[in-house]
Write a protein that binds this ligand. Sequence first.
Ligand code: GAF
Length: 385
Amino acid sequence: MRQADRARQAFAEAFGGQPEGVWAAPGRVNVIGEHTDYNEGFVLPVALPQTTRAAVARRDDGVVALVSLQHPGERVEVAVADLAPGRPGGWAGYPAGVVDALRDRVPGGLSVLVDGDVPSGMGLSSSAALSCSVALALRDLAAPELAVADLVDVARRAENDFVGAPTGILDQSASLLCTAGNALFLDTRDRSSEQVPLDLTAAGLELLVVDTGTTHDHATGGYGDRRRECEQAAERLGVVALRDVPDLAGLAPLDDGTAEGALLLRRARHIVTENARVLEVVRTLRGDDGPAAIGPVLTAGHASLRDDFEISTVELDTAVATALEVGAAGARMVGGGFGGSAIVLVDAERTAATVTAITDRFAVEGYRAPRTFAVTPAPGAHRLG
Ligand code: GAF
């Protein structure tokens, strides 16, 4: 059954009527530019073919009613007037947070049926896919004067203020603004963006996602620590954001002989070198050398996330090292870290051998079997019907 029909049918079963429409928003992988977004730097994501779908209809009883096919048996109902950070919590917090951000537009409430296939907790931005599908639905139904780019902040506020995950704008921008066949080169400071063609098939390459099956949660723990450390480093350097440090020499004041200084230096060094890597990858993709030439830059990005930012895991390091051992052009962990997925840029003829090598190595190490799939840059959020 088509995705839109499946969502419509499930909506009718859950709410007893037809939705006003069905909207889809994708997950993402970031080609390069990790943790740069909340440092006002550069990112280069592509949208995944996997999406979250939201079948939506306005109501007139002042209630937000939420059902997800991925959480069977759970029906969340909250009065619009009672929406507050953390209420509701869990998966329902993302769509509820979007309604909260636009609550004056839907005083009568909303019914939302969610369906999707973006793996959750795997660094592939399932939460932004969920928020963005509902944000686009609300825009189309009740806030037509908003541009799609305005929805980036609607979805970000849902995540930051309602759910309590202190993320930047990478995931929401990717889900809303990516286009098929392109990577999105975004300056998160002034929000200017360009579409950078990324035709891997023509170059005989594949971009593999390796989902290690280890999950993370950005509302708790290490992600927030890294954000605070970057803010501290920027403050010590007297800059608004680490984006303003032009090169490694600019980090010298952090090297004050203390353990704290050394830690802040490592964190800031990742941001400075990662911004440079985004610019280098964009330059390379626009040049004549072909996309395989970005491989070593991706691999350098992994080393930086592992050694300087310290957010990789043994599973991610093993996936990357194994891929490189069997001849991948480049590989790195993606997303917020502390689990999740890696990407591998590989000659298409070597894909099967690479997957086998990683799977075998995970079995030997006693890790959970990885899931792998190839990505071609897909469209951003859109109405399905
Ligand atoms: C998570 C966050 F949500 C993004 O804002 C970004 O910081 C990313 O981690 C790391 O690049 O996905």
